[in-house]
Design a binder for this molecule. Structure first.
Ligand code: AHM
Ligand code: MG
Length: 292
């Protein structure tokens, strides 16, 4: 069976980028095999954000770093779980930022989680300088959505007969009607204008669907349209916000930190956190207008 994901990325970008994305995709089977084995086992340590690290967070981080570096196409991997970037060949073309296991607080209860990856050429830059972004969702099946700036495309990992990522949706487009909303954190952390805006969503037809993992929640918005937000600056600009903004914008949506597109925000450090709003353009415009 031809490798549909590899061929798609090679056609939309180039063979080298396709090789890196393919290595990330192929790591999914091993990652999933570790879930039942390491589920709920606490590492005992904390990551650089002072959050408890699961055995699975640490294992997935190391496994993915190794798979990326061994392509010889990755110069450095910055990760939510690493104090210092993991380095590869100094002349390799790509720089990666990743959240190896997003939504790891969902692991204990067997709810969805995923991997988020952002890829730059030569050096880290603004979101608009990403050459690719992708997420994998470890749900009932593994899906992968990627963009290289030519639309957002979804693949499903087939396990029967031939293992491989098979295209399931090309050029995903956020639905303009209906839609769902999912907002993380506590209402008391939102400003009064935001509270009023959120209260107005259901009368406008939006339905609450919130999973507790950014990958799961953004994926729902990609499929049904609407809004995902985490207004308190908890989520990470480089590891979570920028790649998801690229994927949503390439599907016809928009992103903001409340004031400007997440694709243009310059954080004050590689580990910076940011408020995140991702979804249909009209909703994002309203949020920015409200903050002016
Ligand atoms: P993680 O990368 O450590 O899992 O943190 C990110 C996750 C997101 O997936 C999700 O949107 C958010 O944290 C939920 O956090 P909380 O349960 O603290 O509100
Ligand atoms: Mg995360």
């Amino acid at each position: 069976m031809p490798d549909q994901l590899l061929d798609h990325v090679a056609a939309d970008a180039n063979a080298e980028l396709a090789k890196v994305i393919d290595a990330i995709a192929k790591a999914s089977i091993d990652i999933r095999l570790e879930f039942p084995y390491r589920m709920g086992i606490v590492e005992g340590g904390e990551n650089k954000y002072g959050e408890q690290q699961l055995k699975l967070d640490a294992w997935t981080n190391e496994f993915l770093c190794d798979r990326m570096i061994e392509t010889n196409l990755v110069k450095a991997v910055y990760s939510e779980e690493l104090e210092q970037p993991e380095t590869g060949l100094p002349d390799a073309p790509y720089i990666i930022c990743m959240d190896p296991l997003d939504g790891s607080s969902n692991v204990k209860s067997n709810n969805s989680c995923g991997t988020i990856v952002s890829i730059y050429k030569n050096e880290l830059g603004r979101g608009s300088e990403q050459v690719a972004a992708l997420f994998k969702l470890y749900g009932p099946v593994t899906t992968l959505a990627y963009t290289v700036g030519k639309g957002t495309h979804q693949f499903i990992q087939q396990l029967k007969h031939d293992i491989g990522f098979v295209i399931s949706q090309e050029n995903m487009t956020l639905s303009a009607t209906g839609g769902i909303y999912g907002i993380g954190g506590k209402k008391e952390e939102w400003n009064p204008k935001l509270r009023t805006f959120v209260e107005g969503l259901e009368p406008r037809g939006y339905k609450l669907r919130y999973s507790g993992s950014m990958v799961g929640d953004v994926n729902q918005v990609l499929h049904y349209g609407g809004l995902f937000a985490y207004p308190k600056p908890k989520l990470r600009l480089n590891y979570e916000a920028k790649p998801m903004a690229f994927l949503i914008e390439q599907a016809g949506g928009a992103s903001t930190n409340g004031v400007q597109s997440l694709m243009e925000v310059l954080g004050d450090s590689v580990d910076a956190r940011t408020p995140v709003f991702l979804g249909n353009k009209d909703l994002i415009k309203e949020i920015e207008k409200m903050n002016r």
